[in-house]
Every structure is written in C-alpha cells, then in structure tokens.
Design a protein. Structure first.
Length: 79
C-alpha cells in the first residue's frame, strides 16, 4: 500500500525492508481486530461505533509502548 500511495519516494533504507515489514506486522497485531481507525481517536471505537473496553485500550497503549521501547534499544530509534 505504501508503494501505491507514495510511488518512488524512499521512506526507509532498502536494506531495512524486512525489518520494516516485521515491525509493521507486530504493530498491526497489537490493535484489536474489531476496532476501526479514526482521525480523531484511532482504534478507540469498534466498527459498530461503540467504544472499546478501557482495559483493551490500555493494553494497546502498553503493548505499543513496549514495541517502541524495544526498537529504541535495538535500533536507536526516536522512541
């Protein structure tokens, strides 16, 4: 999808393609499958418009934080 949207713009070094794919997949698995994206509150609501359980939202935040910290430690990333 990135290639379709951005064409020839290089968003990451070519030698990091596998790593980017792996991290994207990990990030995607963190978010609840029944949640929907939103420009106002991403993944806070289900497709039916109801809010997620607080515990589920907190789990997403915690798991995302863990993933970002792991990458900072191993790659020296900005998070």
């Amino acid at each position: 999808e990135i290639d379709v949207r951005y064409g020839n713009v290089i968003l990451y070094p070519p030698d990091k393609k596998e790593l980017v794919t792996e991290l994207s997949n990990k990030f995607r698995k963190i978010f609840p499958s029944k949640s929907r994206p939103s420009s106002r509150a991403a993944f806070l609501f289900g497709w039916n418009g109801e809010p997620l359980w607080k515990s589920e939202f907190e789990r997403v935040l915690t798991d995302t934080d863990v993933l970002l910290k792991e990458q900072q430690q191993s790659l020296g990333g900005p998070f």
